[in-house]
Design a protein around this ligand. Structure first.
Ligand code: SF4
Length: 389
């Protein structure tokens, strides 16, 4: 039986960073307590409708800034999850945290609540870059947070970095990578900056006020980091993720393998029993929905649901390719694909496969189809072939 995963969205931040397009809100701290109570109601309402008792093997508190939430609320949600769903003995329970929003005490309380993995949004070790990103922490906060996390008993730590920033030099990037590896995390995520429409960064760039990052330099940063991390024993297992052996994020693997997960909270997405769904975005509407549900809902949906689609079989195959090819080592296993859909990858996508193999963008590694190393930087173009664009 494939275990489930659980995503919990915490849409609160102390400040809205200029590059961010996540569903998160600043200045709404007064709503944290009612929001966390409503989250518990949502979890209970879905588990009450669950027709089976499939266990969950990962929980992920993402945001937003989950570490802003007082730990008593996190503890209450963890308790509710334990009552609502069977959890595996090897549960991975991750919380995203911003350095500077945690203390030795709060981390010890989180660990006691059953969280066992932290993901810190470091972004850069360079003070000028952190200011540009409008992040409130400095690198000293990162060192301190990692130290407190270890003292609290967190053995699994992810550190996030962003590259391809306006005016970022290769040297500054190398320095950031080296400084986070000095802290010996077992997992590192590195994302290239995207200038999203609707964010201040996107608007400033469109008006010529923000120097557009040089894509060639960003590619050089990515390739350098991959080589450097490989030398330290980190294996790149996904386009933007590196881990020491056995320390991959099991929660994110669930997404990339196109396996089921619940989404709870404002703006959360879920994929369960062949239905993809999403919840209402705004915190106040989420709270109002609980007292006045907009319509009748059935498993796996809740009062917060605003959108749902039953995934057609061909669409599920397309999603499996788009997501699975992000796993640069594992790729998409033809045997697993065949067992799930009743036909092989080459039967489902004959033309796409022939073209991409001929162009040297995909390769077979025994039973698995995966990106070639040179295709990793243009992965999106490969994925789009599978959705007919
Ligand atoms: S702290 Fe993170 S989630 Fe919050 S606004 Fe900044 S980038 Fe977005």
């Amino acid at each position: 039986m494939t275990p489930n995963s659980i995503y919990i969205h915490i849409p609160f931040c102390a400040h809205r960073c200029a590059y961010c397009d996540f569903n998160t809100y600043a200045g709404q701290e007064a709503l944290i307590a009612p929001y966390m109570d409503t989250l518990i109601r949502e979890i209970e309402s879905v588990s009450a409708l669950q027709p089976n008792s499939v266990p969950a093997h990962t929980i992920f508190f993402g945001g937003g800034t989950p570490s802003l939430v007082p730990t008593r609320h996190l503890l209450a949600v963890m308790e509710a999850l334990r009552h609502a769903f069977p959890l595996t003995a090897t549960l991975e329970a991750t919380l995203e945290a911003n350095p500077g929003t945690v203390s030795a005490r709060s981390l010890a309380e989180m660990r006691a609540a059953g969280l066992n993995r932290l993901s810190f949004g470091v972004q850069s070790a360079n003070p000028t870059e952190l200011r540009l990103l409008e992040r409130a922490h400095d690198f000293f906060d990162v060192i301190q947070s990692v130290q407190w996390a270890r003292q609290a008993g967190f053995e699994r730590l992810n550190l996030d970095l962003i590259y391809g920033l306006p005016e970022q030099t290769l040297q500054n990037w190398q320095n950031s990578v080296k400084r986070i590896t000095d802290l010996a995390p077992d997992h590192i995520s590195m994302y290239s900056l995207t200038l999203e429409q609707g964010t201040p960064f996107g608007r400033w760039a469109a008006r010529g006020l923000l120097p557009i990052p040089d894509p060639d330099l960003a590619a050089e940063m990515y390739e350098w980091a991959d080589e450097f991390l490989a030398g330290l024993g980190y294996l790149q297992y996904e386009i933007s993720n590196w881990a020491l052996p056995g320390q991959e994020s099991r929660h994110n693997l669930q997404y990339w393998r196109n396996l089921p997960y619940f989404g709870f909270g404002a703006g959360a997405h879920g994929s369960m029993d062949g239905i993809r769904y999403s919840n209402v975005l705004r915190i106040k509407t989420y709270l109002e929905r609980f007292s006045q549900p907009a319509h009748r809902y059935s498993y796996p949906l809740s009062f917060a649901n605003v959108d749902q689609t039953r995934t057609a079989p061909y669409e599920a195959m397309q999603e499996t390719m788009m997501l699975g090819l992000r796993l640069v080592q594992e790729g998409v296993s033809d045997t697993v694909f065949r067992a799930r859909f009743g036909l092989g990858i080459a039967d489902a996508f004959p033309q796409e496969l022939a073209d991409l193999l001929r162009l040297g963008l995909l390769e077979w590694q025994k039973d698995a189809l995966r990106l070639t190393p040179r295709a990793r930087l243009i992965g999106n173009q490969v994925f789009l072939r599978f959705v007919g664009e």
